[in-house]
Design a protein around this ligand. Structure first.
Ligand code: HMG
Ligand code: MG
Length: 296
């Protein structure tokens, strides 16, 4: 099994999309560049969604314009529709992510359509992105539970996984949107999904609402997953999932992965310092235990 683990840094998207006060594009670009300097090479710069729905992600194009491109760095954004894809192409991102869920109720709240409608909408977008040479991620939210529909069956996650792969997604990120899952539930979801997709094309996206994110990562590691989403300073939530607190903190994830003998190429102390800067700006204390302990 590979001794390398990959982190997809989602703080500037999943984190900032939930902040009451939007952060200006220049500051977001500065944080992006600092995260890349720290060794993170897959970073979400924001999302091209409707500013009426998520005003915090407005001016993602200006964030991307301020990014120092470098070999090996993947600039990534979420897109929900053609308008989003057009903006992503104009900004020359490296990877787009389409996003749906294993729950129709959540999909309706999040992107105003059913799961099936979302997949019908994504099909030509994924094809166009592939033709333009972009990588495409498919997010599946509410893999364990939905804030509107309750528990989700692993089979529903497997079904959406199969459909997204069939449309041409390169990789699938399994999102525990409200952070309620525990390792046994993750295990059951992976039992259903792993027969359909090799571990190299899967990521776990854990929110830490119930403090289970690291345990779930460990479960994912045991099952062979090596890509994990996390957010510097544990930023995060989801505007359409009340009670969804921050993502797993990148600092905590790095500490775990290094301790398990997995190489990430990311400088933990540097990420802690960026987290401090972000927390200072947002006037809050970091939820990351590792950042608290290291006091960088
Ligand atoms: P709608 O209202 O059904 O769409 O929203 P519409 O086509 O009627 O458009 C409404 C208005 O938005 C129009 O403007 C469009 O032009 C504009 P108007 O004519 O009224 O002036 N618009 C756009 N503007 C800029 N960029 C666009 C765009 N699209 C439309 N791409 C829509 C449907 C999908 C657009 C909307 O629901 C939306 O933007 N939703 C985004 C929700 C979102 O960002 N959620 C958070 C990300 S998902 C997440 O966090 C979970 C994840 O982290 C994994 C996990 O934790 O589970 C990934
Ligand atoms: Mg999320």
């Amino acid at each position: 099994m590979s001794d390398h683990a990959e982190i997809v840094e989602v703080g500037l998207r999943d984190g900032l999309q939930n902040e009451r006060t939007p952060v200006d594009a220049t500051t977001r670009a500065r944080w992006f560049n600092a995260l890349a300097d720290a060794g993170l090479n897959r970073i979400e710069a924001g999302s091209f969604v409707s500013p009426k729905w998520v005003p915090q992600m407005a001016s993602t194009d200006q964030v991307i314009a301020g990014i120092q491109r470098r070999p090996g760095l993947s600039v990534e954004t979420l897109i929900p529709n053609q308008k989003g894809l057009d903006a992503a192409l104009a900004s020359r991102v490296d990877r787009i992510a389409v996003f749906t869920a294993a729950s129709d109720a959540f999909t309706q709240k999040n992107i105003n359509c059913s799961i099936t409608e979302s997949l019908e909408r994504f099909a030509p977008l994924i094809e166009a992105a592939n033709n333009a040479g972009l990588r495409v991620r498919g997010y599946i939210s509410t893999i364990a539970a939905c804030p509107y529909a309750g528990r989700i069956q692993p089979g529903a996650v497997a079904d959406v996984t199969e459909r997204l792969l069939g449309l041409g997604c390169d990789d699938i990120s399994l999102g525990d949107t409200t952070g309620v899952a525990r390792p046994r539930e993750i295990d059951a979801i992976l039992d259903a999904v792993l027969p359909l997709v090799p571990t190299e094309r899967l990521a776990l996206h854990c929110h830490d609402t119930y403090g289970q994110a690291l345990a779930n990562v460990l479960q994912g590691l045991e099952r062979g997953i090596r890509t994990f989403d996390s957010a510097v300073a544990g930023l995060g939530g989801c505007p359409y999932a009340r009670g969804a607190s921050g993502n797993l903190a990148t600092e905590d994830l790095l500490y775990l992965l290094e301790g398990q003998g997995l190489h990430t190429g990311v400088d933990l102390e540097a990420v802690c310092r960026i987290g401090n800067d972000i927390c200072h700006r947002l006037d809050r204390r970091t939820p990351s235990k590792v950042a608290q302990a290291m006091q960088c």
